[in-house]
Design a protein around this ligand. Structure first.
Ligand code: SF4
Length: 376
């Protein structure tokens, strides 16, 4: 298997005995899943627009970006129309780490973050002097919902000897409680670094990503029991069946998927790393087990390759996300235009919490800068 996170250690450590959730945490899990489901039930059908309407939105957004000194910062999982417009207007389409770096470094005084809520909050924490808007503030994330700050704080209090490392897909309050914030493109490197220094890790919220990092680094990790509704639904058996149909295809998987899916993948990594894998792998066919929003940039990076969606709910069509994040899908051209025009959906962060969350976020960005500087 090709890991697009530098491969330095891979075996499970004998110190990992507490890496699996205990009984109490599993009981919690059922309640948190219900909570996530309540949010999913509230997701509305997205409007359909004619090409003429879309063109009118695009024209108006371009005017507003100039008028308001604004730039679009979009995630790979948003709709292709948004990604295309971000590229055309000097913005960025990227993973959450690059979104954070770009928003902080860009001279524009207004950021329009197209993605989910925690991405807008991260942009605001890193650039408190800028105004940050989002097409909708309702776009959330099952990982964020599944990690309520009070419960997480209690979990941390029970394990004061552990270094708290949280995924970027969390609320400001959870970040404020953390020692480190990481994205999937840098998580293995940070945990490996901490492990070398002798730290024991408390990881939240994605248990699949946490287990993957643990397998890669051998670090001593205690995992919160959260999951991504998109990546959790990719099916090992369905992918195997697809592999029989296309034996020449490589499988690309995000580490938020269950271990069985990750184990059969030819390349595992963050969104940026999977796009790079699509470009560099010799295979002409790729089975892609991540949100299908990524196809827009992946096809650009590998124009001669055939991209095939990995199956989610097998033949039963019982998936909740069906390979596209319901919250990412809430971003569209019309609400992007309206948020800029009316200056609504501004992301505001409690200043004190923001200041505390900034510390672990900057730690991650500085770590990344050091990696880039050393060519790692
Ligand atoms: S794809 Fe998963 S991790 Fe990403 S925003 Fe949606 S629910 Fe959260």
């Amino acid at each position: 298997m090709l890991h697009f996170i530098p491969d330095r250690a891979s075996t499970l450590s004998s110190r990992s005995a507490d890496a699996m959730p205990n009984r109490l945490e599993l009981a919690e899990n059922a309640r948190l899943r219900e909570l996530v489901q309540r949010y999913l039930d509230r997701v509305e059908e997205q409007p359909q627009y004619t090409p003429e309407q879309e063109e009118a939105f695009r024209r108006r957004i371009k005017e507003l970006l100039v008028e308001k000194d604004a730039v679009i910062v979009a995630h790979y999982y948003t709709e292709p129309q948004i990604q295309a417009l971000a590229e055309e207007t000097g913005g960025i389409v990227s993973d959450s780490l690059e979104m954070a770096r770009f928003g902080k470094q860009h001279p524009a005084q207004t950021l329009v973050v197209c993605g989910v809520r925690f991405m807008g909050e991260t942009a605001k924490i890193l650039s408190p002097e800028k105004r940050v808007f989002m097409p909708t503030l309702e776009a959330t994330c099952s990982l964020d919902i599944g990690c309520p700050p009070d419960e997480f704080a209690r979990f941390c209090d029970q394990h004061p000897e552990r270094t708290v490392v949280v995924y970027a897909n969390t609320s400001v309050a959870v970040k404020a409680r953390a020692d480190w914030v990481v994205t999937s493109s840098i998580a293995v490197d940070v945990v490996e670094y901490l492990d070398r220094l002798g730290h024991k890790i408390l990881w939240a919220p994605d248990k699949h990503l946490g287990a993957y990092i643990q397998r890669r680094t051998g670090a001593d990790m205690l995992l919160w029991d959260g999951a991504c509704v998109v990546h959790e639904e990719f099916k090992y058996r369905g992918i195997l069946e697809l592999k029989q149909l296309y034996p020449d295809a490589a499988v690309l998987a995000h580490p938020e998927s269950p271990a069985a899916v990750v184990e059969i993948a030819d390349a595992v990594g963050s969104t940026s790393q999977l796009i790079e894998a699509a470009r560099t792998l010799p295979h002409k066919r790729l089975i892609v087990a991540t949100d299908k929003g990524i196809f827009y940039k992946m096809q650009q990076a590998a124009p001669d390759k055939e991209l095939i969606e990995a199956p989610t709910a097998g033949h039963g069509a019982t998936c909740r996300s069906c390979a596209h994040c319901p919250w990412m899908a809430m971003n569209h051209l019309e609400n992007l235009m309206l948020s800029l025009e009316r200056e609504t959906n501004e992301v505001l962060v409690d200043p004190e919490l923001g200041r505390r969350a900034l510390v672990p976020l900057e730690r991650m960005l500085e770590f990344r800068e050091r990696q880039l500087y050393s060519g790692d």
